[in-house]
Every structure is written in C-alpha cells, then in structure tokens.
Design a protein around this ligand. Sequence first.
Ligand code: GLA
Ligand code: ZN
Length: 673
Amino acid sequence: MISSKLPKILYGGDYNPEQWPENLWLEDMKLMKQAGVNLVSIGIFSWALLQPNEETYNFEWLDRLLNLLAENHIYADLATATAAQPAWLSQYSDVLPVDVKVNKISYGSRQSYCPNSPTYRRLGQQLVRSLAERYKNHSALAMWHINNEYACHIQSCYCENCAQAFRSWLQKKYETVEKVNEAWGTNFWSQHYYDWSEIIPPRATSTFPNPSQVLDYRRFMSDSLLDCYLGEYGILKSITPDIPVTTNFMGDFKPLNYFEWAKHIDVVSWDSYPNPEPNYHPSWAAFNHDLMRGLKKGQPFILMEQATNNVNWRPTNTNKRPGVMPLWSYQAMAHGADGIMFFQWRQSLKGAEKFHSAMITHTGDDQSRVYREVSKLGAELGSLNEIIDSRVPSEVAILFDYENWWAVEYDQRPSENLKYLEQIRNFYNPLFALNIPVDILPVDADLTRYKLVIAPLLYMVKPGVKENLENYVANGGTFITTFFSGIVDETDGVFPGGYPGPLAALLGISIEEFDALEPHLENNIELIEKIEEAESQYRCELWCDVVKLHGAKGLANFTQDYYAGYPALTENHFGKGKAYYLATQPDQSFFKKFIKHLCQLNQIKTPLEAPAGVEVLARNQCEQAFLFVLNHNQYPVSVALPVSLQYQNLISKKTITGQLTLEAKEAAILCNS
Ligand code: GLA
Ligand code: ZN
C-alpha cells in the first residue's frame, strides 16, 4: 500500500487554504469528510508565506492547518513548497532562469528558477529541512510531495551557472575534452573544442546546433532537475525514513527521463488532464496511465491531479459532461491507480486559476453538480479498499525511451512529421481497442514474461539493447520494430555499415535507403500471404524504406514508385522466436488487423470480449481478479459475461449473471463471487 498510515484508496486534492480566511477551514473539513476525502496536498505554492525573508520562517498557520487535518482524520501529502520561490529570493542574481536567447525570465508567475542556482538549492533545502524537522512526528503527515511538476514551465535554462554545471556534468561523463569532441563529432562545421571553458549550452545560434550536444544538454537538464529533487529527497529520507515521497509527473512529458527519475521516488504520481472535447479518445489517458505504471515495474500509482470539470489553460475549456469525471477516475484505477486526487479542493477567487474547476465550485458550498459527483465517487471509493495493491497483468510490452524520443525529434531529420508518440500510438491504439493490457517499459527491461514486445521507431540503440532484444526473441519472443530503427548509437552517431545497424541480425534485413514522403503523397502495400479477415492492400504514408532480405521473409511489398515489389513488412525467424519489421506507416486498418493477427498467433487474449467503446481491464490480487468494465460510449451497452459465473459489481453492489448492462459513461468493477 502507498502509505501505511492510510490503508485506503487515497482520495482528495490540492488544498490551498492560505487563499481563504481561516474561519472557512472548519467548513472545508466538514465538506471534505462529507465527500470521503482522506488526503490533501498542502503547501505546494506556500513558500512565500512560509518564509517572509531569509532569516524568518512562519510555520504557525501550517501548524494550525495540520492540527486541524489531524483532528478530522484527514491526512496530509505535505509539499516541500519549493515549486515557486518568493520574490525576495528572486532578487539573488543566480536564481531566475535564462532562455535560449539568453534573456532572463522574470518572477511574478510560478516555477521560475534555474535548477543549477546555488541560492535556490541552498534556501530550498533549508526550508525542506525545517519542514521535515518540525512535522516529522505529526500524525497528519502521510506523504511528502516534493516540488511540483518539475520542468512544467521552464524546461531548460541556459544561464552561466548552467553552462558551468554542464561542463562538470560532461567532465564526469567523458573525462577529457577530446572525448567530448569525439562523442559530438565536432570536426563537423569547425566545432572542435580545445578547452572546457569553450563549451557552452546549445544557446540560440546561426542555424542548427550540434545534435549530440543538444541531446547531452537534454540529459543534463533532466539530471539537473533530478539533482534538485534528490537534494530534497535525501533530507526527507534522513529525517522521516518511513514517510513515502513522491513528486507529480505529467505522463508523456518529453523533457524529463522519468524512467531514471522513478528509480529515486517511493511512489509514482501523475497529473492527468485529458481534453473533454467530443473527439477526445480514451486511449490517450490509458496510454499515459500505462506509461506511469511502467515507471516502477507495475507498482500502483496515484492520480495526483485531475480536473473535476473544466481547466483554464486551453484556448477553449469545455466541461466534463456528467459521469465523465467518475468514469475517468475508474479508468485510472483500472490501469493501476490506488489514489484519485484533484486539482483543487476549493476554486480560487483570485489568481490565474480562478476559472479552473475544483471540488468546491464558486458556489462555495455542497450545492453543485460537481460536488455531488465528487462526494458520490468518494463514497464509492470508500468501499473499494480491497483493490489496493492489485496488479495489472500484461503479456504485451511497448518499449519507450526518452533519449530516443529526444534524438529522433531533433530539428534535422528526414521528415518533420516523424513523431515518436504517434508511432507508439499506432501500435498502442489497436491493442487498446482489443482490450489487451500493455506495459510500457524501458529498453533495458526484463522482457522474459512477455509474449509480444513492440519497439516503434527504435532510432537509437543504446549499449545492451541489441543483446536484450536478441535474447528475448531467441528464447521464443515475438518482436516488432519499424522504419528508422537501428540508426544511431547513444551519442546520436550513425552506426557505420548501414541500417538497421545492430538490429540487422535480429531482423534479417538491410535498408539500402529510406524515403520520406511529402505529406500529400502515399504509396500502397500489398500482403503476400493473406492474413485472416484482412484486406490485401493498404495505403501507407510518411516513410518508405528500401529493404533487402538477408534471411527474413517478405510478408508485404510496396506497390508503387521505384521500390515497387520491395518488402514493406518482413518476418525473421531468430532462435525460437520471430522478429517483424514494418518499413512504412500503413493506415490504421492495417495496424488493427496485423496486431489482432499477432495476438491470435501468440494466444494473447482480452479478459472479456466487449462492444466497441467499452474498455475492459483486469487487476489481480492473489487469486482474486477485479474486472473493470468502462462504458466510454454516449449510450447504454450490454456486455455478455461467461455463463457459468456469478459476479458482484463492487460499484453498484448488485449481483450480476449472464449480462452486464451499463448506462452511458457508467463503470463497473466485477468480482467473481
Ligand atoms: C498543474 C499544476 C497545478 C495546477 C493545474 C491546473 O497540474 O500542478 O498546480 O496549475 O495544473 O490544471
Ligand atoms: Zn540556469
């Protein structure tokens, strides 16, 4: 369980009572209890109030707040408050961040600090130590919340402190300037460095900066912010070793290498803000939940923030229709969440987020549609504690790599329309539609338990990855990768000897050249052998490789252009398994048919067949299975259940046999009784 103090599904939200008169706090406690709230995140943006100047702390209001929470049996996810420094601290010359054009970014908003500022780190860590010492034995303290959404607003700083820190980071990694030159290929464009002091961040320059330098700078920035986090983490662990620590992540967020970060956090939490507009597809959140669950090998995570209704930061901020918020909360749980939280408890009257929804709306009381939904959900979650710690069993893994993402989307690539997440989703979405659970894993993960492993656009092949994949397939696994894979090493240098570099033996092919297609152009692929239920021809776009077979067999060929008749899809027997290569981007119908075919071949099954728009996912606990059935449709559906079994719907508390009927947007959790 996430917190030993709180053996429950966590439920609550960001609570910012400093925005309100204290006489309202008692009312908050009453309404929280009425809504089933058991955990609130406090102090996230309170640094300025907690510390009026460098010498003085003002903890009294926080004492009163924590005492009040304790009296009301509501726990605190206590923030370290370092996400937004006070104005007085921004007066130090090293604190404010600097953009790529070397302009200072002002204070007056939030999260505007340089991660390598010694002053920011020193005073931040002093505050964290003081908070931890003061509250280490407080009965309300259940969890630490370090900072907030690292890199959300400032993804990179280019200041002199960062330049200096970058040099030290490079020294640790490469030891000599010569090795940096080698890694970055600086004989190109006269970029050779003779002294460490010449090396700078990839600031705005005449044209394209050095891609290997840009890649290292991304690594360095992710590490710099991680260092900020670790500075605080170390202090918290030395004072309160038993209190779990989290920081809220942001799903498929590019700037931070979350697989690296997750090694240093006790519990993963993340903030999910799907756009509730009519064309939104629930696979977006599903993928993000799976990615977050994969960060700590399937351990349950917390949905730390979601909106009860609208947000305030999109061009148009449409509402979540009735039923959507609870449905999406159950979706998070289905994918492995043991906590459902919101931003925020009480809707602000002032500040940039006053039109962002909250659990208590501007009516200020319990008389809103939103509060009724919030308290109904709270009551339901209160009876679902047996689900805690159960796991999502998956036989399919998609490999995901942040450094690969950074490198493959560098400005200078064969097509600017090549987007890593899109290529991942080409495979994820059909699996989602088939209700086949997927784990999202790093490239060095142990793959032995998976029947199918997919690594779309594996452009960068880091040391050890080839061996990991070859072992997996040799031992009977099925592997798929796509065009523009096996191209560069970890420095972003192209493998000599042609593509797909180290993946050539596994795939049994070579790629003579690749052709990026203009957005309005397409080609076709034609299957050589028929796949059950599949058409024989599919449109394809974006990219076509010119593939030569070296042991692999062609399953489909291009039909047009100078590579007509050349393979577009190949299969290679390698040891006891098979490795597939897809040399283009066919339309969605191809992905659906092909993925379904591979699932059938490998006996990968959904836990329950369901109509379109109904998501099904199981969470298992010992012998017990909790079957989540989520109707994302605007209309009611019926789902046929195995005839011989009787189920309990843990949400409606009804016994179900034969047929489960769900209203539009309704969720059920079925348990075999
Ligand atoms: C982020 C932040 C919150 C709040 C919400 C609004 O997730 O962490 O403080 O600003 O966005 O959607
Ligand atoms: Zn900086």
